[in-house]
Design a protein. Structure first.
Lengths: 104, 207
């Protein structure tokens, strides 16, 4: 069984686009997603492969449309849910509360 | 940057990571100060300069080069550079007959203790899919024309093994100090999509 992540040899993705003087991260949420993923893996003791596996299990359409660190973010949440650290509902609630300005 | 387009509103991922951070801090899994410290390490203390030091040292010290090619992780640790990842690091030597280039077709495995964070193109579907089937064409797009008589070897990184290229020392650099040599070594020359700056020849290079 192959997956969408197994990209070697696939056709049709066009030229390789490069960015001059590219920073390590483009946006603040990207650097925080990176750091929190690494620290959560240490604290909860899940191997990096579990995170990668969760990313590879994203729906193919999500995988292709999401930016790189969005895949990390969605993979991280999947691992945390699988490990019972958070529930999807809890995350949605907190997002709504932060958006409404009643939580930080 | 078509890979960065998405269907969520722009605040989507920013809001989601804020929520996860909020919950993880509240439950005591993550220390906010540790987040800032780790970001500082990644943005300011690791990067291709580390790899360049390894390359320059290998160019001036043949015994070191031998040890480095034998065991990349140990060779890097020998220079006092932090090896933050447990994965094994293999150093691939370019020669007049062989040009090496590195990819991770499955995700974006990368030797970040020596090279820093991956550039976006390394993570892109285009690079991952194409460099394994048409490496010469991809390298040409980077401005690197590999002569037909030179073999191109493409190395696919994985969870356990990360690769870094040891480029050929440019001609005309005899007698240069290690510090001067470090300046010639670019990130892309250690991925294999370029070669070190070669003053006077004006070879194509983007960083």
């Amino acid at each position: 069984v192959n997956g969408i992540h197994d990209m070697g040899g696939m056709h049709g993705f066009g030229p390789v686009v490069r960015e001059a003087d590219e920073p390590a991260f483009h946006e603040d949420w990207e650097r925080r997603t990176f750091a929190i993923s690494v620290l959560a893996a240490r604290a909860i003791e899940f191997p990096i492969d579990e995170h990668r596996h969760a990313i590879e299990n994203l729906a193919p359409t999500v995988y292709l449309q999401a930016a790189y660190f969005e895949r990390w973010l969605l993979g991280l949440q999947a691992v945390l849910e699988h490990r019972g650290v958070v529930t999807g509902a809890e995350v949605e609630e907190r997002m709504a509360a932060i958006a409404a300005g009643v939580a930080t | 940057m078509d890979e960065r387009s998405h269907t969520d509103p722009p605040s989507g991922p920013a809001l989601r990571i804020k929520a996860l951070e909020s919950i993880l801090v509240e439950k005591g899994f993550v220390d906010p100060e540790a987040i800032d410290d780790l970001i500082d390490v990644v943005e300011n203390r690791i990067g291709p300069r580390n790899g360049a030091q390894v390359v320059a040292h290998a160019w001036v010290d043949p015994d070191y080069k031998e040890r480095l090619l034998e065991d990349g992780s140990a060779g890097i640790a020998e220079l006092g550079l932090s090896v933050l990842q447990a994965e094994h690091l293999v150093v691939l030597e370019n020669t007049p007959d062989v040009h090496n280039v590195v990819v991770c077709t499955l995700c974006s495995c990368y030797p970040w203790p020596v090279l820093g964070m991956q550039p976006s193109w390394y993570k892109s579907a285009a690079y991952r899919s194409r460099v394994v089937i048409e490496p010469r064409r991809v390298l040409a797009e980077f401005g690197l024309d590999v002569p037909d008589e030179v073999e191109v070897r493409v190395w696919d990184s994985n969870a356990d093994i990360r690769y870094m290229v040891l480029p050929i020392r440019p001609k005309g650099t005899d007698g240069w100090t290690e510090d001067e040599l470090v300046e010639l070594v670019t990130r892309d020359s250690m991925i294999g999509t370029s070669i070190p700056h070669d003053r006077g020849l004006n070879l194509a290079e983007d960083t």
